[in-house]
Structure formats: structure tokens, C-alpha cells
Design a binder for this molecule. Structure first.
Ligand SMILES: NC(=O)c1ccc[n+]([C@@H]2O[C@H](COP(=O)([O-])OP(=O)(O)OC[C@H]3O[C@@H](n4cnc5c(N)ncnc54)[C@H](O)[C@@H]3O)[C@@H](O)[C@H]2O)c1
Length: 427
């Protein structure tokens, strides 16, 4: 049975590659991506996202497409022609007005539509709003292929739940929600995932249910973080340490342990907008979801103003003050800089005329330059600063000897509240 299944994974990023690698331990898998650099890097046995170790990647790579288990990566549509499962894992970002951008999903559906055959199954994993698979993607598959949905070909939705940089909760260890366009196809898709996901699966009754489940997981996190961010703003006014309050409250069995912080990245800061847009199309204005987004998007400016207040309290001259930013990625121990909110802190600080130095051992310096026109360094600069802002809790920062990088009168601001050091303020 295994020999007959041939899987194409469309989009080999943070989500697609770990999934392709996992399926390749049992099935013949072709990874397809439009990024030629990414494909040649993967075929040489290296993953720049660091989600799959080189050693593990190399154990599944095969030099050419074959019917045996293994992973072959390609930019050529010809290489995915004879697959019978197509799993789409392309980005679903928002534009500058926070509106969903479905272009990669549309393009990927066109690609799949061009090779779709009778009885093939197309599974979407990208995070979307409820209805996107059936309303946006399926019509493209039908148009391009000329085949009829649920007669000639079938579909499913199985949201990804990985957490970039998390080496504990890897794809096979996270219970996976599955769904299909008919009950039989749902069962077939569920069996496919069950064969590789050791944590098991949950077969949702419909594609829309599975889509909605994913988007609310991240919206719930966003709202919970927004709540503690609001608490941080309140308690800072009252001169009460928020972290001490949260630690005390967390001793109750049903208190949820969220921490204040910057909410960036590709998921939590983006997905609620997908749900919000769809709700608005139905004439409902999602007040709580959008209030959470507004709160979390305001935190960069807030951190910058708190840093400046702390400097003024110590009589540190603001103009031309030298400020070191520790971390530019959107989260700790991960090289992902997409939608990082550290750039909001930097932009707001720059308005005060300070000089910014960025140190991040994880971030790709070229990507930071290209995306944000900022210079990030891979090495800790050997000098003393007026202020150090710990924006990302990379492990490397926990063992830094902060004293040797601080001027005699200086501020150490800990956004993440993780330093044991004698900090001047935490978020
Ligand atoms: N990164 C996460 O932690 C995470 C977690 C859960 C869900 N998701 C969701 O999974 C989806 C993918 O996210 P990601 O982080 O892997 O994105 P990514 O940017 O890391 O990777 C996407 C890949 O798709 C490729 N691509 C873009 N358009 C393509 C096309 N038309 N055909 C083929 N390849 C194409 C890109 O070149 C890139 O390599 C998104 O919807 C995201 O919301 C992400």
C-alpha cells in the first residue's frame, strides 16, 4: 500500500520541509518550491531555517525522484506529475493594511491544478480563514484541471501546529487535526497522517471546522497575550512588578500563565486578521479579536517609551545615546525575522535621535538588511552602552556578562523578563 502513495509537498519552508522529511521516512515524497536557492540548499543537505538538522535531512534525501521512500526536492512541475497526494504549505501573509494575501495559495493551487489527475487528493495546511479551501482554492483546481471536485478529485485541510525553534514539539509529536471533503476522504487523509504522526490525529467533521480550529488557536493566544500586555501597562503605572503579580496569580490551578511581550512572526500576529476579515464579510465586527491585535501591535512603541523614561530617570542624555538591542528575530532561539516587532521598538527609539546597535547570533544579517534596512551583527560588540534592551530571549544572552557592556550609568531593560540580572525595568 505504501508504494502506491506518492506525496508532493508544495512549499518547503518552516512547515513544508519538516512535514516532507517526516513523510519521506515512509513514502516517496517530492518537495516542490519556486525558490531555486532553497531547493538547491535542501538538495545539498542543509536547511537554513534550522527546523530539520542536516543529519536528519540527509538520511531521507534521494538524488532523483523514485517510487521508493525518500525526499527529492525540485522546482520542476514535471517532477510532481505522478504524485497522488498534494499537500500545500505555502505562506499566507497579510498586506500593509492587515488584509489576507492569498496570492501564494492561488499560485500553488494553479500549479497543482496543472498536474491534477483522477482520484488525486489535495490537502491544504496553510493557515486560512474558514471557507478559504472550498471557496478560493477548489475553484482554481477545477478550472485549471477541468476535473470535478468530489467526483474526480478530492480535498482536505490539516492545519500545521509546529512552533519554530521548538526542538521538543516537533511535527510528529503534535496531535494533528485532519479533515476531508467527504467522510471517506476524511478517513483516508486521517489514516495517511496517522501513519507518521506518533501523537495521533483528530478527524474534524468538515474542512471548515478544521480551518476554524487552527485560526482560533492562534487568535486565543493573541488575545491572552494582549490581556497580560494590558496588565503590564496598568501595573507599570502603579509601580507594581507585573512578573511578580503573574507569578503569584499562577499559583491558582486555573490561571493561564501568559507573559507580556512583543507579538511578531508569521502566525499569532497574522492569523487573527484572517478570522477578522471573514467575520466582517459576514457583517460582524470582531471587537475582542481586533482589540487584542491593536494592543499587541502597540507594544513596540510602548517598550521604546518605557526605555526612554528609564534613561531620563538616570539623567542619561538621550540624543546620540548608544543603545544595544539584543535580538532581532521574532522569537527566541530561531532565525526567523518575518514580522518581527523588534523593528517597531527600534523605529520608535530612533525617533529620539539615539544610535542603535543590533546583536543577534541567530538572525541572517543579509535578510535583516534586505527586509528592514537594518544592520545586525553576529558578534557581541566589544564596547559599553548607555542602554541595553533585551528584546529576544536567545540562550546566548542568558550567560552574557552584562556589566562589561554597560557604562557606569546605564539602563538594562528586559522585555522578556527572563534575566536574573539586576535589571532596571521589565515590560
Ligand atoms: N512557521 C510556523 O510556525 C507555522 C506554524 C503553523 C502554520 N503555519 C502556516 O503554514 C504556512 C506556511 O508557513 P511557513 O512558515 O512554512 O512559510 P515559509 O515562508 O517558511 O515557507 C513557504 C515556502 O513556500 C514557498 N512558496 C511560496 N509560493 C509558492 C508556490 N506558489 N509554489 C511553491 N512554493 C511556494 C516559498 O518559497 C517558501 O519556501 C502559512 O500559512 C503559515 O501561516 C506556519
Amino acid at each position: 500500500m505504501n508504494k502506491k502513495i506518492k506525496i508532493a509537498i508544495i512549499g518547503l519552508g518552516y512547515v513544508g520541509l519538516p512535514l516532507a522529511r517526516l513523510f519521506a521516512t515512509k513514502y516517496s515524497v517530492v518537495g516542490f518550491d519556486i525558490n531555486t536557492e532553497r531547493v538547491s540548499e535542501l538538495m545539498s543537505g542543509t536547511d537554513a531555517t534550522l527546523e530539520v538538522s542536516d543529519e536528519v535531512l540527509q538520511t531521507v534525501l534521494v538524488k532523483e525522484p523514485s517510487s521508493q521512500s525518500g525526499l527529492y526536492c525540485s522546482t520542476s512541475i514535471a517532477d510532481i506529475k505522478d504524485c497522488n497526494y498534494y499537500i500545500v504549505t505555502v505562506p499566507t501573509p497579510v498586506d500593509k493594511n492587515n488584509r489576507p494575501v492569498l496570492t501564494p495559495l492561488v499560485k500553488a493551487s494553479e500549479t497543482v491544478g496543472a498536474v491534477l489527475k483522477k482520484d488525486d487528493i489535495v490537502i491544504y495546511e496553510s493557515t486560512v480563514y474558514p471557507g478559504a479551501t472550498e471557496e478560493e482554492c477548489i475553484p482554481i483546481l477545477e478550472n485549471i484541471s477541468g476535473l470535478i471536485f468530489n467526483t474526480h478529485f478530492y480535498a482536505g485541510y490539516s492545519p500545521e501546529r509546529i512552533n519554530p525553534g521548538d526542538k521538543e514539539h516537533t511535527v510528529e509529536k503534535i496531535l494533528k487535526v485532519t479533515s476531508g471533503s467527504t467522510p471517506e476522504i476524511g478517513k483516508k487523509i486521517d489514516d495517511l497522517y496517522k501513519s507518521v504522526i506518533t501523537a495521533g490525529t483528530h478527524l474534524a467533521p468538515t474542512i471548515k471546522v478544521a480551518e476554524a480550529a487552527k485560526v482560533i488557536e492562534n487568535s486565543q493566544r493573541d488575545i491572552n497575550i494582549a490581556f497580560v500586555n494590558e496588565l503590564a501597562k496598568i501595573f507599570n503605572l502603579m509601580n507594581i512588578n507585573t512578573h511578580d503579580v503573574l507569578e503569584a496569580a499562577a499559583t491558582k490551578w486555573n490561571f493561564l500563565p501568559f507573559k507580556p511581550g512583543l507579538v511578531g512572526g508569521h502566525c499569532i500576529g497574522v492569523d487573527p486578521y484572517y478570522l477578522a476579515q471573514k467575520a466582517q464579510e459576514y457583517g460582524y465586527n470582531p471587537e475582542i479579536i481586533l482589540a487584542g491585535r491593536r494592543m499587541n501591535d502597540s507594544m513596540g512603541d510602548y517598550v521604546a517609551s518605557e526605555v526612554i523614561k528609564n534613561m531620563i530617570k538616570k539623567d542619561i542624555k538621550i540624543k546620540d545615546a548608544e543603545i544595544l538591542i539584543l535580538g532581532i528575530t521574532f522569537k527566541e532561539n530561531c532565525p526567523d525575522v518575518r514580522n518581527t516587532k523588534v523593528v517597531d521598538v527600534i523605529a520608535a527609539l530612533k525617533e529620539y535621535g539615539v544610535t542603535i546597535t543590533i546583536y543577534d547570533p541567530w538572525a541572517n544579517t543579509d535578510e535583516v538588511k534586505q527586509e528592514y534596512d537594518l544592520v545586525s551583527q553576529k558578534k557581541m560588540p566589544n564596547k559599553k552602552f548607555d542602554t541595553i534592551v533585551l528584546t529576544v530571549a536567545h540562550n546566548e544572552f542568558k550567560t552574557l556578562n552584562f556589566k562589561s557592556f554597560r557604562k557606569e550609568v546605564s539602563v538594562l531593560y528586559d522585555v522578556k523578563g527572563t534575566l536574573n540580572e539586576d535589571v532596571d525595568a521589565k515590560l
